[in-house]
Design a protein around this ligand. Structure first.
Ligand code: HEC
Length: 305
């Protein structure tokens, strides 16, 4: 008689405990799965394998900081799962080992208590609400602490945000931030251009007198211009560039412009082939060309300074 009683008792305790566990599992497992899936999605591509081909200096597998972070997070999750399972196992052991009622009520672990703040199954009748719908009743459990903590955190964030951005104006709103970034980028572009002397155009071109520049200008002229203007610039399809007569006037800025954007009567643009400095070099070379008789004068007379 004693024996069957003990047996029945154990069975019913086990049932209750397992129902309890299943309930908890139902709460916890989807969350864990969700977090895991999100991480795989974001981080799975973080490992970068070097392409075949230029493999000389690259290691076969690049391990970046994000990869290590990913592994650490996975380990933390695994540790959590391990601790959770260990707790479950201990609870089960307790159920089998205990014969007193006292121990039995200790089925909810401290960790899950921290997580859910739920009233133990044994005491649920205390928080049962009195409405009943087809046998479905409602428990008046506390909100989970992590959820409350998040709510409070968002409230604090909102207050800080409003004061930072809208009350004190210490933070930049989107537009200001955008403008600042654009200004910064403009400054960088300007710096790059000055550094590389690329900020030349038809409004500020000057005659380069350095023999190196003129030599480069001659090379560019030989490569791009002689098919129409001849070797010495004396003119063929294009006008004579060495005489005093210019269709678009002969100052350096006008020459620069003719070369850069071309003209409507057959002079092609060169902005797509030559950079601003190169245009200035070839323009200076043209400007420096000595008179060579060739094509008849075209345009107005222009006297160089
Ligand atoms: C496809 C032939 C062609 C090539 C290539 C060409 N030009 Fe011309 N160029 C012309 C023609 C045609 C004109 C006259 C255009 C007009 O009357 O509008 C001209 C006009 C010019 C003028 C203006 C002359 C003036 O009287 O105002 C300059 C300067 C000039 N070319 C320089 C160059 C330089 C430098 C190159 C090489 C980077 C070059 N051209 C390449 C055909 C060419």
């Amino acid at each position: 008689m004693m024996k069957t009683n003990f047996f029945n008792n154990t069975i019913s305790r086990m049932k209750m405990a397992s129902i309890n566990k299943i309930k908890k599992n139902l709460k916890f497992t989807p969350l864990a799965l969700l977090i895991g899936a999100m991480m795989i999605d974001n981080q799975a591509l973080a490992l970068s394998f070097s392409e075949s081909g230029n493999t000389e200096n690259l290691p076969w597998l690049l391990v970046e900081n994000s990869d290590i972070l990913f592994l650490v997070i996975i380990n933390i999750i695994l540790l959590g799962v391990f601790l959770y399972l260990k707790g479950m196992f201990n609870n089960l052991l307790n159920i089998f080992a205990s014969s007193s009622k006292e121990k039995e009520t200790k089925t909810t672990g401290t960790f899950s208590k921290m997580l859910t703040d739920a009233v133990p199954v044994e005491d649920e009748d205390k928080i049962m609400m009195d409405h009943d719908f087809d046998g479905i009743r409602e428990l008046d459990n506390n909100l989970p602490p992590w959820w409350v903590a998040m709510l409070i955190a968002t409230m604090i964030f909102a207050v800080v945000y409003i004061f930072h951005y809208h009350v004190f104006g210490t933070g930049d709103l989107q537009l200001a931030e955008y403008n600042k970034e654009m200004e910064k980028a403009d400054a960088e572009v300007k710096e790059y251009l000055t550094k590389n002397a690329m900020n030349v155009d038809e409004t500020n071109a000057t005659v380069m007198k350095d023999s190196k520049d003129l030599a480069v200008g001659k090379d560019l002229f030989d490569a791009n211009c002689i098919m129409c203007h001849k070797e010495k610039g004396e003119g063929d399809i294009g006008p004579n560039l060495t005489d005093e007569f210019w269709i678009y006037t002969g100052d350096i800025k006008a020459i620069y412009k003719s070369i850069k954007i071309g003209t409507s009567n057959g002079m092609p643009e060169h902005a797509s082939k030559l950079n601003p400095i190169q245009i200035q070099q070839v323009a200076s070379y043209v400007y420096s060309l000595p008179y060579t008789p060739g094509k008849e004068p075209q345009g107005e007379k222009y006297v160089k300074e």
